[in-house]
Design a protein. Structure first.
Length: 76
């Protein structure tokens, strides 16, 4: 957990360094600063609130199969 937060802080610091360098000293900023700033901004556009849903368990699959079998037999 600590490693993850350390990585986030380091990458965030690198992004802010690149953005501030582009804003405050654009004549000295280069390709690296532009790429870091654009890449960080691009990552912010990802929908991180979207997560994969859990797959139904074995019981749910069995219930669905039984339901299909019953409907095929007409014994609902």
């Amino acid at each position: 957990m600590v490693r993850r937060w350390a990585l986030v802080l380091v990458l965030g610091g690198v992004w802010w360094w690149a953005v501030l360098r582009l804003l405050l000293a654009p004549e000295h900023a280069g390709l690296v600063e532009g790429a870091v700033a654009a890449g960080g901004w691009g990552l912010s556009l990802l929908p991180v609130h979207v997560t994969a849903t859990a797959r139904p368990g074995r019981a749910a699959k069995q219930t669905a199969r039984e339901s299909r079998e019953n409907s095929a037999l007409g014994t609902e």
